[in-house]
Design a protein around this ligand. Structure first.
Ligand SMILES: Nc1nc2c(ncn2[C@@H]2O[C@H](COP(=O)(O)OP(=O)(O)O)[C@@H](O)[C@H]2O)c(=O)[nH]1
Ligand SMILES: [Mg+2]
Length: 305
């Protein structure tokens, strides 16, 4: 078995990615002492290949050129680019997640299979580890297996789960969960939701309804609406996410499966296009595999990993 990377404070706990941006850059920047026009073109291509998106790639190249000046060395490209990426993520508030004063309701949304239920469990593990009472609401009533999956996490983490039968009204599950949390004095409720209904309009209507139930039952909540995106979402998926984020009133993004991609540049595209902070990264399948999204650590991993 391979040793797990040790997670440094602030680090993402990710291994270098073979074939990723870092290794491409080592090739490009090893060619001469000073950059040529070809260097900048290759850099742009490498950024596009890493999934930062065509527009953002061009902007990053231009900004890096302007930052390091005309007679910069090859080595300075790496540090200049790292800084540009970090700044873009910082600008939208990435990495800063504050639960806020209790009570706090966190609604977790996103399309199917992106990692919502896993993130719900990871957040529960983190917040209960910090001493908060946490309760989970299984409002993905669309698939029977979804409720079971959340129940298993609840058992493993010793966190209560409120669920109803498959096909039940997700708003009713959320309502029950808030009532249960209140009567048991639990301060944090994390609501898992379905990602696939017959169509997008129906999914948005359902999320809107869950939201209204929460707002009515507990004014000022949900405080956080977290959109879970898969790191391999690609540029087409990102266009869908843009619409979703807008319609569902998302407050932050969780980037799941960052451990499984050689194209980790999507975080830069998310920050640029969605203008939303990335608050956490999912870096594995276990409950502890959640890292606060640290822009500096991410930029370093992306450019030099
Ligand atoms: N490698 C890896 N796998 C993940 C991560 N998050 C979720 N998964 C896996 O992705 C699959 C779908 O996750 P799930 O939470 O059920 O997605 P949901 O349909 O959005 O609720 C499961 O097999 C998870 O174990 C992650 O950060 N890294
Ligand atoms: Mg799920």
């Amino acid at each position: 078995m391979m040793a797990r990377p040790r997670r440094e404070p602030g680090g993402l706990g990710l291994r270098p990615t073979p074939g990723g941006l870092g290794s491409r850059l080592r090739g490009i920047l090893g060619i001469g002492p000073t950059p040529s026009e070809a260097t900048w073109e290759e850099l742009e291509e490498a950024l596009v290949a890493a999934d930062v998106g065509a527009t953002t790639a061009l902007e990053l190249v231009d900004a890096t050129r302007a930052r390091i000046g005309a007679d910069a060395s090859m080595a300075e490209i790496r540090s200049g680019l790292t800084e540009e990426i970090r700044e873009r993520l910082d600008r939208v508030g990435s990495g800063r997640f504050a639960l806020g004063p209790p009570p706090a309701v966190i609604l977790v949304v996103g399309v199917n299979g992106t990692g919502k239920t896993t993130i719900v469990a990871k957040l529960a593990a983190r917040l209960s580890g910090e001493g908060h009472g946490v309760l989970l609401a299984a409002a993905d009533t669309f698939r029977a297996a979804a409720t079971e999956q959340l129940r298993l996490w609840g058992e493993q983490l010793k966190v209560p789960v409120v669920a109803q039968r498959p096909g039940a009204d997700p708003g009713a599950v959320a309502f029950d969960a808030l009532a249960a949390a209140e009567s048991r004095g639990i301060e944090v409720v994390i609501v898992d939701t379905a990602g696939r209904l017959q169509n997008k309009t129906q999914l948005m209507a359902e999320l809107g309804k869950i939201r209204r139930v929460i707002e009515r039952r507990m004014p000022g909540q949900p405080r956080h609406v977290l959109l879970v995106l898969d790191a391999v979402i690609g540029q087409n998926g990102l266009a869908q996410a843009e619409a979703f984020a807008h319609d569902a009133g998302v407050t932050g993004v969780v980037l799941a499966k960052l451990d499984g991609t050689a194209k980790g540049g999507v975080a830069v595209a998310i920050a640029d296009r969605l203008k939303l902070p990335i608050v956490f990264a999912g870096v594995g399948e276990e409950a502890r595999d959640l890292a606060p999204f640290d822009p500096a650590a991410y930029a370093e991993w992306l450019v030099s990993g």
